[in-house]
Design a protein around this ligand. Sequence first.
Ligand code: C2E
Ligand code: MG
Ligand code: MG
Ligand code: MG
Length: 291
Amino acid sequence: DARNSPDLISVYSHAADRIYQRRYHLLEDFATALESPDQLRLVYQPRIDLMSGKCLGAEALLRWEHPVLGNIPPDDFIPMTERSSRASALTAYVLGAAIRQMRDWQEAGLLLTISVNISASNLAETDFVDTLAAAVRHHEIPFERLELEVTESAIMHNPAYALAQLQKLSDLGVRVAIDDFGTGHSSLAYLRKLPADVVKIDKSFVTHIGKSAQDQALVRSMVKLSQELGYRVVAEGVESAQIAMLLREMGCEEAQGYYFARPLEAVQFLGWLHAPETGGGGQRRLRSPRC
Ligand code: C2E
Ligand code: MG
Ligand code: MG
Ligand code: MG
């Protein structure tokens, strides 16, 4: 049996070993980066109101410039960090940086809602809400202008405790968004009970609505269901005017995606917001795909 030949096993275990070692080193390197975070920065992707075309806020996304390997994609280091003991340090860094940026923008007269991604283990930390509240108060940011993005799977990890934590956040006024909606295993029973304000439809559903009638029907019903449960709906991964128009016709309130803007450095973000092609107010006119 070829599968049991010692050669194949050793080739396999050698490869598995290398993958394991690479991950291990990345995790170690990222732990170092968290301690002296000059390798880390946040970028901001605008979120657009589909009715007015205005930018109402942005999602903060983490970027890591590894000293040797260069830019590491978030999907290569965030999921494994979220499963490690560094999960709370990661979120502490991102929340700290995002809140300071909000304060700077607020001082410059720019009132934006900033969304920050948090992980399952953050919701399990008993002091998470208090630490967050202290940081927000310290920088004198209204709680209403901070939004936390949580995935369905993060909630389903320990639903009762997650629900209680989200309720505490919601009582403070912090907004809660359900991220990557449709990809997790949340039950409708939970969706109905969640103290959340926003549902973000995952980009894997949004990408093909221009070509696939099935995807279009799916997104249309996700928008309707979410709205009937009282959520504001945001579509992720909007890459064309055609998709943006379709979403607007479906009644989807907000969108985010490369069509409007890529995630931008804070300085570029201001430039984008004030650029003439965005109407000087972060506006991006939705043209009909035919003209
Ligand atoms: P996410 O929270 O769903 O964030 C949206 C991702 O979609 C971002 O990828 C963004 O750059 C990308 N994106 C935005 N518009 C488009 C588009 O039109 N087309 C396509 N193909 N992609 C688009 P990014 O920055 O690589 O982040 C990937 C994931 O890593 C995030 O997915 C989030 O789960 C995680 N992540 C990023 N930053 C943080 C963070 O600060 N904390 C935590 N816990 N997770 C983070
Ligand atoms: Mg997100
Ligand atoms: Mg996310
Ligand atoms: Mg998402």
